[in-house]
Design a protein around this ligand. Structure first.
Ligand code: PHE
Ligand code: ZN
Length: 849
């Protein structure tokens, strides 16, 4: 293979396809290293095309035969595809190619995982299966024949016929190639069914490897809840007779929404009380919902081109967030989402990888499945809904489905639907899609004679390629409280559209305390220097649960900053406020657990950077440890009672109430272990009948430098469970003392069960290394070197996962010259690796800036 200079693709260069497809017939003759793929495709010229060049994508294919209208031809073939001259008018193109799924470790295209054949075609994997216009705006119906001795042969749509050694499938809904899927293996199913709102019966299956049957029930319930929810909330009914989910061990992402045949990373679907944590259950429910919701937002209405990725992802994430909120409570869901957004998306938006929610160019589209496209994309939709209101949002969505069903659509189409349904001009709002960077909203206030004025101003920092920013439309939800804690102004939505604006509230009887950005109404950074007294007041009295929590968070961050900078003792306002909320039974345990959770060390590093300082990861680590110890001491008398109160009796259930109790109980356990030498944690470890309790106990022990016997017992107990072993790998690294983190990770890479070809295992170790902030940034540079070594090893095997994990380096410019030099060195070493993939080359180049 030669290393061609990577080509940049631009949104502005979009041109409609030269040819459209009516239908596709595919035959797969499966064999591990010599699979034959026969295609028969009905093409016709696109009347809207600007040119008539016939080009089909194709990569790593051995071409056996090509024919047009039955006549063998000899096309011109390059590394990227095939061209040939074609007749005027419609014609039938046929090809036979050979591919090698057993050698495909990229997990993109047709590949093998534990003896099972499996496909992943988004974004551009279909071109590794056969020659095809592999772009989302070419939609066609597919008929598929699979020939294999394996017992279970699946593809999209409905089954047509099958017998020993073959099966035929037909998908009546036109779809782009990225939604194609095929699975063949020795699988068992967990069956169920669902009756749709119009009374149609849909057969449901979750297909797994023998032995995993017992881990499907929860996913199946989640699927049925999702189907029901989408009918009730969005009026969307499922449109095939069958819905299949398949679990696969080797997968680059969480899951994939292939039409009628969703393929899941085993970690995103398999769960049992003994093997999965509460957090796993919640994530599985959300991902099942997400993939199911794609059937309408992604599949029935797809994207015109990959620049429009947020059209399907932002909307589908927003929908799965609404679903989880409805299932489990909106306040805690909003808090969880804000924590993740601030930690990961704000980080991306503030660094060298910042890009608009709708990017304008890319080298490798797989590098744009980002927090920005997904999560900020979802926030934009949340803002739209806030601005137009729930009723008009529904109207707009109904219009979207009615107008664009069957289309490959754009963000312009999406916004036009809102304008047409509500009359609202969204020209300025559209900047959210094109402007990168997290806006900062500065708030200053003044009060006199019954009038309260909020002066709001906005600015967005420069990002790569975007030195200058325009003002955005920012919905800021505000409520005002009086000194007694009574809400004198209920939640009001302010629309900030100018660089600076003043909003006035009259007829007040005294200076109010403002609660701003309620429910996290916009994905912005708030610069509002409220006193610790006011923050403690809001923690105690705010009626908005998000801001109540956020007030506590801001207090905690302030405490931590002072500890890092001045070695100052924690503010009593914080400690008292926290203790009060913690002991108050009127708040549910899940919420109290959120309040008890400190900002992460990475969050504190960011806060320091925002304050113009260079973060010292070790100093931050020590401050966090000291604060946790102080909290434990301060709360000492209440901890055993609280811990006991959080006991859940009866059979394990991953519902929101039980999850909340375990979440608070385990947060308390972690504090208790700082004082009792791990006594309670050891007891919990021994008594645990579920993974949530077992793992939390083990983590608490490891964090105080104990737990080695439990760790060994855990390995013995779970060595045959891949997903649990991922936890075993990860926990040791994330709980390691900073100076031991890199060594721990290095030792684990030598463990016989470490497998470079399995992304879950790789991420277990190296995701955990990144999350151990002080460990990754150990001044020796050992963390950087180890990660670089392994990224270099992984790149030829799996470029997508390599590129994704390389983002661990994206904060390198924040640090002191010594760390910067070490990180830059590691990045340059990766960049200089011969034959480095396009994926990783693009990422490290952008990170180096
Ligand atoms: N489209 C998938 C989702 O968001 C994500 C994905 C992208 C999976 C690319 C695999 C490859 O649900
Ligand atoms: Zn998605």
């Amino acid at each position: 293979m030669k290393d061609a200079a990577p080509q940049t693709i631009y949104l502005r260069d979009y041109a409609p396809p030269a040819f459209l497809i009516d239908d596709v017939q595919l035959t797969f003759k499966l064999a591990p290293s010599a699979t034959r793929v026969l295609s028969r495709i009905h093409f016709r010229p696109n009347p809207d095309a600007k040119d008539s060049v016939f080009f089909l994508h194709g990569e790593n294919l051995t071409l056996i035969r090509t024919a047009i209208n039955g006549n063998t031809i000899t096309p011109e073939v390059t590394d990227e595809g095939l061209t040939c001259t074609v007749p005027d008018g419609p014609f039938v193109f046929e090809a036979e190619v050979e591919i090698d799924p057993a050698a495909n470790t990229s997990l993109d295209g047709l590949y093998m995982s534990n003896g099972m054949y499996c496909t992943q075609c988004e974004a551009e994997g279909f071109r590794k299966i056969t020659y095809y216009p592999d772009r989302p705006d070419v939609m066609a119906t597919f008929k598929v024949r699979i020939e294999s001795e394996l017992p279970v042969l699946l593809s999209n749509g409905n089954p047509v016929a099958q017998d020993d050694g073959w099966a035929e499938w037909s998908d009546p809904w036109p779809k782009p190639a990225y939604l194609f899927a095929l699975v063949a293996g020795d699988l068992v199913n967990h069956p169920d069914s669902f009756t749709t709102m119009s009374g149609r019966d849909v057969a449901l299956n979750i297909w797994v490897r023998p032995g995993d049957e017992g881990k499907c029930a929860f996913g199946m319930e989640a699927l049925k809840k999702s189907m029901k929810w989408d009918e009730e909330v969005y009026g969307r009914e499922y449109d095939l007779d069958l819905f299949n989910i398949v679990a696969v061990d080797d997968f680059n992402m969480g899951a994939m929404e292939n039409k009628g045949l969703n393929i899941f990373n085993a970690a995103a679907v398999l769960a049992s009380p003994e093997t999965a944590t509460d957090a796993n259950f919640e994530r599985i429910e959300a991902i099942i919902a997400h993939e199911y919701f794609h059937n309408w937002t992604g599949n029935r209405i797809t994207c015109r081109d990959w620049f429009q990725l947020c059209l399907k992802e932002g909307l589908t994430v927003f929908r799965d967030q609404q679903f989880t909120g409805d299932m489990r409570g909106h306040a805690v869901k909003r808090i969880d989402d804000a924590i993740a957004l601030r930690a990961h998306q704000f980080r991306e938006d503030a660094g060298p990888l910042a890009h608009p929610v709708r990017p304008e160019s890319f080298v490798e589209i797989n590098n744009f499945y980002t927090m920005t496209v997904y999560e900020k994309g979802a926030e934009i939709i949340g803002m739209l809904r806030r601005l137009v209101g729930a009723g008009d949002y529904k109207k707009a969505l109904d219009l979207y489905f009615a107008r664009h069903d069957g289309d490959a659509a754009t963000i312009e189409d999406w916004l036009a639907v809102f304008t047409d349904a509500t009359g609202r001009d969204l020209t300025q709002f559209a900047r959210w899609y094109s402007q990168a960077g997290t806006p900062k909203v500065t708030v200053r206030d003044e009060y006199s004679n019954g009038t309260y004025r909020l002066h709001l101003s906005q600015s967005t920092p420069p990002t790569p390629g975007q030195p200058h920013k325009e003002p955005l439309v920012i919905p800021i939800a505000v409520g005002l409280l009086d000194e007694g804690g009574t809400e004198v102004v209920k939640t009001t939505l302010l629309e900030l559209t100018e660089a600076a604006e003043t909003f006035t509230f009259d007829d007040l009887s005294g200076k109010p305390i403002a609660s701003i950005q309620r429910d996290f109404s916009a994905p912005v950074i708030l610069d509002y220097p409220q006193s610790n007294k006011d923050l403690a007041f809001l923690l105690a009295h705010d009626t908005d649960p998000f801001n109540k929590w956020d007030a506590g968070r801001r207090l905690a961050q302030d405490v931590l900053l002072r500890m890092v900078r001045d070695d100052a003792a924690p503010d009593a306002a914080y400690l008292d406020g926290l203790a009060t909320v913690l002991r108050d039974d009127s708040y549910d345990p899940a919420f109290r657990a959120c309040v008890l959770l400190l900002p992460s060390e990475e969050d504190t590093a960011t806060a320091l950077v925002d304050a113009g300082q260079t973060p010292d990861p070790m100093a931050i680590y020590h401050a966090h440890e000291a604060l946790k110890l102080l909290l434990a001491q301060q709360l000492q008398d209440s901890l055993p009672r609280l811990y006991a109160d959080m006991t859940v009796t009866g059979a394990y259930s991953p519902d929101a109430v039980a999850t909340g109790k375990r979440s608070l109980g385990n947060a308390i356990l972690s504090l208790m272990s700082k004082l009792d030498g791990g006594k309670q944690a050891s007891a919990q470890y021994t008594d645990a009948d579920n993974m949530t309790q077992q793992l939390a106990a083990l983590a608490a022990l490891l964090k105080i430098g104990k737990g080695q016997p439990e760790l060994a017992a855990f390995e013995t107990q779970w060595q045959n469970d891949r997903l649990v072993m991922d936890k075993w790998f990860g926990l040791q690294v994330s709980c390691a003392a900073p100076r031991l983190a890199a060594t721990t990770a290095a030792n684990l890479t030598a463990h016989p069960a470490f497998d470079l070809k399995n992304p879950n295992r790789f991420r277990a170790v190296f995701g955990a290394l990144k999350s151990n902030t002080a460990g990754f940034h150990d001044p020796s540079g050992a963390g950087y070197d180890l990660l670089a070594d392994w990224l270099i090893k992984l790149d030829p095997i799996n470029p997508q996962t390599t590129a994704r994990v390389s983002t661990s380096f994206d904060t390198w410019k924040r640090y002191d010259p010594d760390r910067q030099a070490k990180m830059r060195g590691a990045l340059q070493r990766i960049a200089a690796t011969p034959h480095l993939s396009r994926d990783t080359t693009e990422m490290v180049t952008r990170i180096l800036g």
